[in-house]
Design a protein around this ligand. Structure first.
Ligand SMILES: C[S@@+](CC[C@H](N)C(=O)[O-])C[C@H]1O[C@@H](n2cnc3c(N)ncnc32)[C@H](O)[C@@H]1O
Length: 294
């Protein structure tokens, strides 16, 4: 195991240096870099196209939902727009499909043979992503239903209240030897989840509340994921020393969870500088032992 960690330290440094030196178009430099936490304020399609193949152990991707098309929802009893930002606007079925196909294809290229990918989404995007995983030759391992016990009510009262997101987990191909921490998932402590029974196998429905105000103390991201969700994903599918990549970093929850677990390398990418700034604030507070993250 120790050998693995040392190798990955080297791989991680080499990877980031490689992107900085690559002169094919322009050199891509991280806006933030420590020995285990690297952030790019770039279009992830550009960053991914420049990464060498077979380097990443695990990808967690929470791509745009393409749902910001002027609808309304309810938040704290108030009617608010569903719009998350321009990055979340649909460009029509074919363009959305093309966008997802581009990054899911690149993900397969940069993942190690035994690496896995997680894709999170709502019904607006997850079917396209699932279709593409199959089209591109991945092998689906699970579709997790992340149940939100504190989901906002439905305002129209004309259909059911949306209270879950789907998270797909896949390996590169059917014969790949992926990692799954079965023991920890069965016997670990998951106090946030009242569906998980002690010492019984972890099932594919996870009950986890949306992030508390405490998790948003350094600023808000409209689709921020709970840290306990990402901790579970990382603990289930990575080993010490592994390199994790998140092409849609947002508030950096994946990197924060990886840092909390420890012994993981994180590369995150987001086009929005405000979200990169928010991630740096969260990371530095965590490193200084400030802020209650759980
Ligand atoms: C659904 S959010 C991710 C939220 C994140 N999981 C969290 O916990 O905060 C998607 C993010 O992708 C970013 N984004 C959208 N298109 C992008 C692109 N082409 N390259 C990089 N980031 C992109 C948006 O700025 C947004 O922050």
């Amino acid at each position: 195991m120790e050998g693995n960690i040392t190798d990955n330290n080297l791989i991680f440094e080499t990877l980031v240096d490689y992107l900085s030196k690559n002169e094919v178009k322009h050199s891509i430099k991280p806006v933030y870099r420590t020995n285990d936490f690297v952030l790019y304020n770039e279009d992830s399609l550009e960053v991914m196209s420049r990464l060498p193949e077979n380097y990443i152990d695990m990808i967690f991707a929470d791509p745009p939902y393409m749902l910001s098309n002027n609808g309304f929802t309810c938040q704290n009893g108030r009617m608010v727009s569903v719009n998350k930002g321009l990055w979340d606007k649909s460009n029509g079925f074919d363009d959305d499909l093309f966008f997802h196909e581009t990054w899911i294809k690149e993900s397969k290229r940069i993942l190690k043979p035994e690496g896995t990918i997680w894709i999170s989404g709502t019904y607006h995007s997850i079917y396209q992503c699932g279709f593409l995983l199959q089209k591109l030759g991945y092998h689906l391992l699970n579709d997790i239903a992340w149940f939100k016990p504190n989901a906002s009510p439905n305002l129209s009262c004309r259909y059911f209240t949306a209270s879950h997101e789907t998270i797909l987990w896949a390996r590169k191909d059917k014969n790949a030897k992926h990692f799954f921490n079965y023991e920890l998932m069965k016997n670990g402590f998951f106090p946030e989840d009242n569906l998980k029974k002690p010492e019984l196998q972890m099932r594919s429905v996870w009950s986890i509340p949306t992030p508390s105000a405490k998790e948003k103390e350094f600023g808000k991201h409209p689709t921020q994921k709970p840290i306990s969700l990402l901790k579970r994903i990382i603990q289930a599918s990575t080993k010490p020393g592994d390199i994790i990549f998140d092409p849609f970093n947002g508030s950096g929850t994946t990197g924060i969870a990886a840092t909390l677990i420890g012994n993981r390398k994180y590369i995150g990418c987001d086009i929005n500088p405000d979200y990169i700034e928010l991630t740096i604030k969260r990371y530095e507070a965590l490193k200084k032992g400030k802020g209650l993250f759980e």
